[in-house]
Write a protein that binds this ligand. Structure first.
Ligand code: PMP
Length: 449
């Protein structure tokens, strides 16, 4: 029987030791709760390059997390770093005035997302989404927002709901007031209603129940925070029609999908254009940037300073240099980039699925381009279409065990199966072959025949 190479005692201790040290100074050991969950095997990152990351012990991992998505061109992409370096050395990082680099970046973003007649940059997806929902409320004069179960839109009081709620805490009739995402929200999110994903009739009923009061329907057009759950054929267009019929706006949170599943995001892939779009992760290629945009009419509330949107670091020049370089690459080499990403992702999905099937492991493999979910299940083999189905059928414990085995064998992806795997242009066919080999070994150990 194959064995998964175990970390040496010393290796495990060093990562754990440093994490323990971190906990004495940084609450919980790191700066996002998602990176220090109780079931994480400690991994303190030292450096990354291309598709690989190294821990402080010098152990190398094929990275299928890509920093939760931003690293579309892998770790330390030369052209992006050169652009940032040039900008900060030549002109400065934080200037505190309008700059030509942010104007150019906005123009180039707009070329990929033509619905964004006017844009604003922020530093994080959370801020951009909070601004987008405020904008929808300002524009419509209405207060309610409809979101979907299992969709995540950042952790602001505006929209942070308990997107991974246990099944028994979700409303029995599949729609209802959103549950607060954390303690300390003082009753927020206010006026946020959640509805089960992928059911147009239910959305119609929800809109009817709140007739004339809904400012916007917000969604991840490909759900990516409860595993990859693609919209059912026709659902996006129908959601748009229903929202508009009621006078509500449609918001696409393309923080994950923008510049990933296609240059112009999910809206380009499916041909459905929302009223407000948010993009982030891939736009910065590893630098903290987000953008939201809409028609000049909708954005006029911000343009005329009736609605406030701020941020000392919004449009920071170093970050704009990264975003401009990302956009330049995508604009110039889009066909190659997305061709490569989709081909590699198809191969990874097919390969993982084949291995799991051969080892008779109940699973469902789902992906849209380079965002992929391997759902280990308790028996289910048919596609999963909603958060509730994932909750019901996924085997979270087994996935953690599987992830630990792979992490020990030098392949990293997030241990929570709600988090997609991500590929970058830096991942080669050889990287995938290595992944397959190690997954094969893990299967032999975890599911011996
Ligand atoms: N929206 C979506 C769809 C996301 O996936 C995320 C982050 N995972 C956010 C918003 C929030 O972005 P940030 O973490 O940059 O605030």
């Amino acid at each position: 029987m194959a064995t998964i190479p175990k970390k040496t005692q010393q290796t495990r201790d060093r990562n754990s030791e440093v994490l323990a040290r971190a906990k004495a100074t940084i609450a919980g050991g790191d700066n996002s709760t998602m990176r220090v969950l109780s079931y994480h095997l400690p991994l303190i990152a030292d450096r990354g390059e291309g598709a690989r990351v190294w821990d402080i012990e010098g152990r190398e991992y094929i990275d299928l997390n890509m920093a939760y998505g931003p690293l579309l061109f892998g770790h330390r992409p030369e052209k992006i770093l050169d652009a940032v370096s040039f900008q900060i050395h030549k002109s400065g990082s934080q200037l505190g005035f309008p700059t030509e680099i942010s104007i150019r970046t906005a123009e180039k973003l707009k070329a990929l997302f033509p619905m964004m007649e006017l844009v604003r940059f922020s530093s994080t997806g959370t801020e951009a989404v909070a601004s987008a929902t405020r904008l929808a409320r300002a524009h419509t004069g209405r207060s309610k927002i409809i979101a979907f179960e299992g969709h995540y839109h950042g952790w602001s009081d505006a929209v942070f709901h308990r997107y991974h709620a246990p099944l028994d805490q979700l409303p029995a009739d599949r729609m209802g007031p959103a549950l607060p995402g954390t303690i300390g929200m003082n009753g927020a999110p206010h006026d946020l209603i959640t509805v089960e994903w992928n059911d147009a009739e239910l959305l119609e009923r929800c809109l009817a129940q709140h007739r004339g009061q809904v400012a916007a329907v917000i969604m991840e057009p490909i759900a990516g925070n409860s595993g990859v759950l693609e919209a059912q054929p026709g659902f996006l267009a129908e959601a748009k029609r229903l929202a508009h019929e009621d006078g509500a706006l449609l918001i696409f949170d393309e923080v994950i999908t923008g510049l990933r599943v296609a240059a112009g995001g999910a809206q380009q892939l499916y041909g459905v254009t929302p009223d407000i779009t948010i993009v982030s992760k891939a736009l910065g290629g590893g630098f903290p940037v987000a953008a939201f945009g809409a028609s000049a009419e909708i954005m006029s509330h911000i343009a005329a300073a009736r609605m406030f949107h701020g941020g000392v670091y919004s449009g920071n020049a170093a970050v704009m240099a990264a975003a401009e370089a990302m956009l330049d690459e995508i604009t110039e080499h889009g066909e190659q980039i997305y061709g490569h990403l989709h081909a590699q992702a198809d191969r990874l999905a097919a390969g993982l699925g084949e291995i799991m099937t051969r080892h008779n492991v109940p699973h469902v493999m789902q992906h849209v381009g380079p965002m992929l979910s391997l759902f280990l299940t308790t028996g289910r083999r048919e596609p999963l279409t909603t958060y509730r189905e994932v909750r019901q059928h996924a085997d979270f414990e087994k996935y953690i065990e599987f992830q630990h085995a792979l992490q020990r064998a030098g392949v990293y992806f997030h241990p929570n199966l709600f988090e997609p795997m991500y590929l970058s242009t830096a991942h080669t066919a050889d990287d995938l072959d290595e992944v397959f080999e190690r997954v094969e070994d893990a299967c032999r150990c975890l599911w011996p025949r």
